[in-house]
Design a protein around this ligand. Structure first.
Ligand SMILES: Cc1cc2nc3c(=O)[nH]c(=O)nc-3n(C[C@H](O)[C@H](O)[C@H](O)COP(=O)(O)OP(=O)(O)OC[C@H]3O[C@@H](n4cnc5c(N)ncnc54)[C@H](O)[C@@H]3O)c2cc1C
Length: 396
């Protein structure tokens, strides 16, 4: 037996697991994290953290550190990816600050991960165990036992599967089915800002169009522009980053796009591709003292930029429920019941947003025209539509 105390065992040290560790530490709840990788290294790609995530970063006292690396652009431009014309402006930090009191951040994933790991090491040293891939979980009366690939046994009073879309905890304890390919793949690339020919490259843009869209926003103090390109494809691809060979395919996918879009993708000398998968939100993701969090519970399309933020909200609620209720099983049920509807709704909205970006169906085309006609009001229209998401104060 490796550990002698009775902690909450978090399986996985992605954004969800790291955030959960920090939230539990804040509530003086004992925990440990088991991560299968032998070192934590994230890809050099960007991630957006909406105002609902910025609020939680503030609650954890990480805003100052975060703002050394994150940018908070005031607004973005929605563009027609084929004609190159502007459709409307969409709300980012100007609206978010005014309506929700927090900004909308854009940051490199590796910076976000480093901030979380450093805070964890400083506040709760020796809680993170690397090279600890969990293979087996057994729930006994009053405790849970986990076995790792190298034969170590860990014990705790509860297990939280924060182990991502291919979650072992989900498979072993809840649902044996595999995640579903959404017929969409995503490419990620970083382009040096200085190489771009467009005006105001630092202003984030979403280029929408039939069957594909491209998101651009600045990271690394504006030195690079992060690209996320989503393209429909019937060819299933692994849900993991794949090597640089996809640059030609990326260029090919946007060959019918406007000049600005073609210029953007042509400046990527390396692109990583990723098959987009979804997990249906389970009717229940808690059994006794085992529960799920983040992508393991409710993986969603990236078209609302909310998967990681939902994992952060889950983490915060989990720690709140455990601290508030003395019976652990009740606490885990309470956590799930407070997260279920919101995560399911966000997953559905992400799917609808993908259809809008890809201009599927007459209604979506009409909506784009309506936003164009709304002119300066479009930011408020979009912002208010998603007030329930970005202005959420439920967990705090
Ligand atoms: C193209 C793209 C763009 C995105 N953009 C955004 C965005 O802008 N904003 C946003 O909020 N979200 C975004 N997302 C979603 C976001 O990346 C995910 O929702 C988020 O990373 C999920 O975090 P997680 O901690 O649940 O899982 P993961 O990040 O997948 O972490 C799981 C961890 O568990 C470990 N693990 C797995 N199995 C085991 C095991 N058996 N034992 C121990 N450890 C294990 C893994 O090694 C990993 O470290 C995007 C996703 C994609 C694909």
């Amino acid at each position: 037996m490796t550990n002698t105390s009775n902690p909450i065992v978090l399986v996985g040290a992605g954004i969800g697991g790291l955030f959960a560790g920090l939230c539990l530490q804040r509530k003086n709840t004992d925990f440990l994290i088991l991560e299968k990788a032998d070192k934590l290294a994230d890809v050099g790609a960007g991630i957006q953290i909406g105002a609902n995530g910025a609020r939680l970063i503030h609650e954890l006292g990480l805003t100052e550190e975060f703002e050394k690396y994150a940018l908070a652009p005031l607004y973005g431009l929605m563009m027609d990816g084929i004609s190159g014309r502007q459709i409307c402006t969409y709300p980012l930090s100007a609206f978010a600050q005014e309506e929700h009191s927090f900004p909308h951040y854009q940051i490199l994933r590796s910076d976000l991960q480093r901030i979380l790991v450093d805070a964890l090491q400083a506040r709760a040293p020796e809680k993170l165990h690397l090279a600890a891939e969990v293979l087996d979980i057994k729930q006994e009366q009053g405790f849970v036992q986990l076995k790792t690939r190298d034969g170590r046994i860990f014990q705790g009073k509860a297990v939280v599967g924060c182990d991502g879309i291919h979650s072992t905890v989900r498979k072993q304890c809840f649902d044996e089915t595999d995640p579903k390919f959404t017929n969409c793949i995503a490419w990620r690339a970083l382009v040096p800002t200085s190489e771009l020919e467009m005006d105001y490259p630092m202003v984030p843009r979403i280029w929408i169009g039939p069957g594909r869209h491209l998101v651009q926003y600045p990271v690394s103090s504006g030195k690079s522009i992060n690209l996320v390109a989503c393209v429909e494809s019937s060819r299933a691809q692994h849900e993991r980053w794949q090597g640089s060979s996809s640059v030609e395919e990326l260029n090919q996918s946007f060959s019918t796009g406007c000049t600005a879009v073609q210029d953007l993708v042509s400046k990527a000398d390396q692109a990583l591709s990723w098959g987009l998968y979804e997990r249906p939100v389970l009717e229940s993701w808690t059994k006794g003292c085992i529960t799920l969090l983040g992508d393991a519970a409710h993986a969603m399309l990236p078209s609302m930029a909310q998967g990681a933020v939902m994992a952060m909200e889950d983490a915060y609620q989990l720690a709140e429920s455990i601290a508030a209720l003395s019976d652990l099983e009740n606490a885990l049920k309470d956590y799930e019941s407070k997260r279920f509807k919101r995560c399911r709704k966000t997953q559905v909205v992400a799917r609808k947003n993908m259809a809008f970006f890809h201009q599927k169906g007459a209604l979506n085309k009409v909506s784009a025209k309506a936003l164009n006609l709304a002119g300066a009001q479009s930011e408020k229209l979009i912002g208010r539509r998603y007030g329930w998401l970005y202005g959420y104060e439920g967990v705090t």
